[in-house]
Design a protein around this ligand. Structure first.
Ligand code: FMN
Length: 197
């Protein structure tokens, strides 16, 4: 029990009530400092430029597509990780199928990436809503999305919980690329196009 917290038994319900008196002085300073630190640490996660991928996953009866970022892990074997929020449909479908496609978003798919990142497949069939043209993968059953810079067909090797996310480590079992298109990058809450130096 902290000094500024009082526990009291409610005589009617016989439950314990916690009464927190107004925070003043040093307690207030500590809370403000913690808030500023948390905000700064959140900003820190946005300082790393990220890939923009449309993760598609599904079976014959249920499918979904979400915007995400993928990170390189190993070349041989080709391994990547994605971190997926535990409460969303894509997470359920990855758990069920053990696979997904990473459609590396092209310049022309920025609007689509923003839309797929702001809607939930549990509420709406995103393939229908956004008229997604799906293509059949060669190695896995999950659908690929047309007009992406590249399609990486992935099989999950292992996963680990991380806060409210699950980190999936996956092996790329097949890939196709359209070099006439260009990928994009997510940085500091914005999309960027790429330019060689
Ligand atoms: C650029 C961008 C990157 C994102 N990256 C991730 C990510 O790596 N992991 C994640 O869980 N959500 C990420 N999101 C949010 C999801 O795309 C969003 O929650 C989506 O609505 C989930 O779809 P679902 O509910 O149909 O599965 C990102 C959104 C944007 C716009």
């Amino acid at each position: 029990m902290t000094i500024s917290t009082i526990h009291r038994i409610n005589p009617i319900t016989e439950t314990t009530q916690t009464i927190k008196p107004p925070i003043t002085g040093i307690g207030k300073k500590i809370i403000i400092t913690r808030f500023i630190m948390a905000k700064t640490m959140m900003e820190a996660t946005r300082l790393v430029p990220c890939s923009v991928v449309i993760l598609s996953v599904g079976t014959k009866d249920k499918r979904d597509a979400m915007t995400a970022t993928a990170m390189f892990v190993s070349e041989k074997p080709p391994l990547l990780t994605v971190s997926v929020a535990k409460h969303i449909l894509s997470h359920d479908l990855i758990d069920r199928t053990g696979e997904f496609v990473l459609n590396v978003a092209s310049f022309d798919q920025v609007k689509l990436a923003a839309q797929l990142g702001a809607t939930h497949g549990a509420k709406v069939d995103k393939f229908k809503k956004f008229k997604l043209k799906s293509l059949k993968g060669q190695h896995i059953q999950s659908p690929m999305i047309a007009d992406a810079f590249a399609h990486l067909e992935c099989r999950v090797i292992t996963s680990m919980p991380a806060a409210t996310y699950t980190v999936f480590l996956a092996e790329v079992v097949g890939h196709h690329v359209n070099r006439a298109l260009k990928p994009v990058v997510w940085f500091d809450n914005q999309y960027y196009s790429l330019k060689s130096l």
